[in-house]
Design a protein around this ligand. Structure first.
Ligand code: SF4
Length: 359
């Protein structure tokens, strides 16, 4: 296949996908709206996150920040707080920045496509296509991993470079498909097919509406396309979380403004190589702490690395010395400071016995 889309194939796919999507799509909360801001929020939340998880956060987030202005005018700590537990917090920061851009450059109205949409912080080619097609019914293409898998199979593409979501051929074919019907239906149909039918392993070809046009199915290569990816081992950081308790209150520190979990609350962390030493910014002078006791271990998987954290309760012979520029909070069991609480902190609070009872 060249990068020029096959016009007859695009038409056939559009014809078969439309009634299938109308009849079979999942009733997801964000599919009940045409509000571009709400669709933008959903698309950012859905990046690297399961649909079931997003369902738990989406409505609450929109209730708290119902408009571009509400989000743009909020403090970053409020946004991180609403995002707490969803992970990949950079997305929340960029969404917030994006809302400020739309407030300041577009009087709060989300642009309906093209360059103006892609100029918004946090909105790349995929998200721009999703907002333009789903909210504004414009034939602007979008290709994620799901769509790329469907099209690679339909077209019988075996070359890994032409299989991935950045491949020019996929974008051209998607655009051609969207031009042959209702873009908002067809864009979602392609994504839905990849998420529910044309799944990575054992695709459900017997229920697939586009099976008659599928090269991989016809040639019995659905197990070969796309080519299995080699797994890259993720680096593991071994850390100690210090449970420093004074008068039944636990010390939390706000992490530095850049880097992993930026500006979010966590227990003081130190590397766990030769006993507690400093980790980047020095949160606590470890020699103020003694009588270490292991309370438990927590493993947390980020996108590109894994943390294995031992939670240590420190006896306090002296009050720990904290770096001057570190923001701190002393919390009672079940209490949380205002601002973002990442998943790793929730796990650690549970491990050290400071989580709310319902957690
Ligand atoms: S026929 Fe099978 S492999 Fe082809 S698009 Fe449908 S589910 Fe995917």
């Amino acid at each position: 296949m060249t990068d020029a889309p096959d016009s007859a194939l695009a038409t056939a796919l559009a014809v078969d996908l439309t009634p299938w999507f109308e009849a079979s799509h999942r009733d997801l909360t964000w599919r009940r709206t045409r509000d571009p801001y709400a669709i933008w929020v959903s698309e950012i939340m859905l990046q690297q996150t399961r649909v079931e998880t997003v369902e738990r956060y989406y409505s609450d987030f929109l209730e708290r920040f119902p408009t571009v202005f509400a989000l743009a005018d909020a403090q970053e700590s409020e946004v991180l707080e609403a995002w707490s537990g969803l992970g990949y917090y950079r997305r929340a920061r960029l969404l917030h920045k994006g809302a400020r851009h739309v407030r300041d450059e577009h009087a709060g109205t989300v642009p309906d496509g093209g360059k103006a949409l892609r100029a918004i912080p946090g909105i790349g080619r995929y998200t721009s296509g999703a907002i333009a097609s789903i909210a504004f019914d414009r034939p602007e293409p979008l290709v994620d991993g799901n769509v790329a898998r469907v099209l690679s199979r339909v077209c019988g593409i075996e070359e890994p470079k032409r299989q991935d979501a950045g491949a020019a051929g996929h974008w051209a074919l998607t655009e051609a498909i969207l031009q042959r019907g209702q873009p908002r239906v067809l864009a979602q149909a392609l994504m839905e097919l990849g998420a529910t039918v044309c799944v990575p392993r054992n695709p459900r070809c017997e229920t697939c509406p586009i099976r008659p046009h599928c090269n991989a199915h016809a040639t019995e290569r659905t197990g070969l396309i796309p080519a299995p990816k080699k797994r890259v081992a993720q680096p593991i950081d071994r850390l100690c979380a210090l449970a420093v308790v004074s008068r039944n209150r636990l010390l939390l520190v706000k992490r530095p403004a850049t880097g992993l979990l930026a500006s979010m609350w966590c227990l003081p962390l130190v590397t766990d190589e030769d006993g507690p030493t400093e980790l980047g910014t020095v949160f606590v002078s470890p020699d103020a702490l003694d009588d270490w006791k292991l309370l438990g271990e927590v493993r947390h998987v980020f996108t590109h690395r894994i943390w294995e954290v031992r939670a240590m309760r420190a006896g306090m012979s002296r009050r720990p010395k904290l770096a001057d520029d570190v923001e701190t909070a002393w919390v009672a069991p079940g209490e949380l400071p205002e601002g973002g609480i990442p998943g790793i902190t929730t796990k650690l609070l549970r491990t050290v016995g400071f989580a709310a009872e319902s957690d």
